[in-house]
Ligand binder design. Structure first.
Ligand SMILES: [Zn+2]
Ligand SMILES: [Zn+2]
Length: 348
């Protein structure tokens, strides 16, 4: 194949399915993958609608999409653990592997990271992708490509729980139960959290959170939420808050609602700066942690799904062929029709 179809973003609100050059033969340590399923993510929609995320600006045409799985069609000469026909999920960030962050295991902080669909790096909404073999994870026969594509957002949930120290018996509050918040919920459950609370502005999302196992759900504008949470946590508040919305009122709430001595992880990305009750962190002696993507999560995520400990299938609510990618983006943007995760499928 010398050319292939791909979803290319040319500028704000200008996403086109068009023919682009296909990747060459894989390098010695790479594999060539025929993409089968790509999940759409808030960041893809943000580039489409705003043309930028913080310092990353779309200046040249770029292929979007980073939550993906597909079939290996060719392997490089050094690759031993994969062969043509294997079904794989892709970890979409390629770090430099040499800097202090890479060699100490925190490769998600690598300054040289080449991450799918982050300008100027092309993403996965394409028929073919060449990728390092060690960042391509073989899927068990029991797992679908859709589940494979969900490993990327599930990775955020797993990594958030690791950063927060979620353990058996902990109580966890999740602020914002969109796709990432819901996957944090599933990861916290698998990690042994016994009480998991959800707060959101949308009732249908709260309903989904309860269906997935949240032990309590509250509307963000409910003035009684503080008291209600204390009433079910020995008068203290939850041990851990995972803030997944990025919305300034929720970020402020994260430190207000957590118990003294508790841990807050900011998973969601919001505005660059806003007014914030800094004194609360000192007085309550909180641990407040940032989070950027994930590291070392794919094997764990595969085990959790393959063993039945986590079921991501209910989160995939809509499917579109590549040619209808703009509809998929629009649905993800509005969240209409009960959308949790929309995926784009590419036929074999
Ligand atoms: Zn994503
Ligand atoms: Zn590095």
């Amino acid at each position: 194949m010398t050319s292939m179809d791909a979803a290319v973003l040319h500028g704000v609100n200008d996403l086109r399915v068009e023919s682009v050059p296909a990747p060459d033969r894989p390098g010695p340590d790479d594999v060539l993958i025929a993409i089968r399923t790509v999940g759409l993510c808030g960041s893809d929609v943000h580039y489409w609608h705003e043309g930028r995320i913080g310092p990353y600006v779309v200046t040249n045409p770029i292929i979007l999409g980073h939550e993906c799985a597909g079939e290996v069609v060719e392997v490089g000469e050094q690759v031993r653990h994969l062969r043509a026909g294997d079904r794989v999920a892709i970890e979409p960030g390629v770090p430099c592997r040499h800097c202090r962050y890479c060699v100490t295991g925190r490769y998600n902080l690598c300054r040289e990271m080449r991450f799918f669909a982050t300008p100027p790096i092309d993403g996965a909404l394409a028929q073919l992708v060449a990728h390092p073999a060690d960042l391509s994870f073989k899927l068990p026969d029991s797992m679908t490509y859709e589940e494979g594509a969900m490993l990327e957002p599930l990775s955020v949930g797993i990594y958030a729980c690791r950063r927060a120290g979620v353990q058996p018996g902990k109580s966890v509050l999740i602020l914002g139960v969109g796709p990432v918040g819901l996957l944090c919920l599933l990861a916290a459950q698998a990690a042994g959290a016994t009480q998991i609370f959800a707060i959101d502005v949308k009732d249908d999302r709260l309903t989904t959170a309860v269906e997935l196992g949240a032990t309590g759900a509250f509307r963000a504008d409910d003035s009684g939420v503080h008291d209600a949470l204390r009433a079910v946590t020995n008068g203290e508040g939850p041990d851990i808050v995972l803030e997944c919305s990025g919305a300034p009122p929720a970020v402020r709430q994260s430190v207000d609602l957590v118990r003294p001595g508790g841990t807050v992880v900011w998973v969601g990305m919001g505005p660059e700066s806003f007014e914030f009750p800094t004194l609360t962190i000192g007085i309550k002696e909180l641990e407040v942690k940032g989070l950027f993507r994930y590291a070392h999560t794919w094997p764990t995520a595969i085990d959790l799904i393959a063993s039945g400990r986590i079921d991501v299938k209910p989160l995939v609510t809509h499917r579109f062929p590549l040619i209808e990618v703009v509809q998929a983006f629009e649905l993800t943007r509005t969240g209409a029709e009960g959308t949790i995760k929309a995926v784009v499928t590419l036929p074999a």
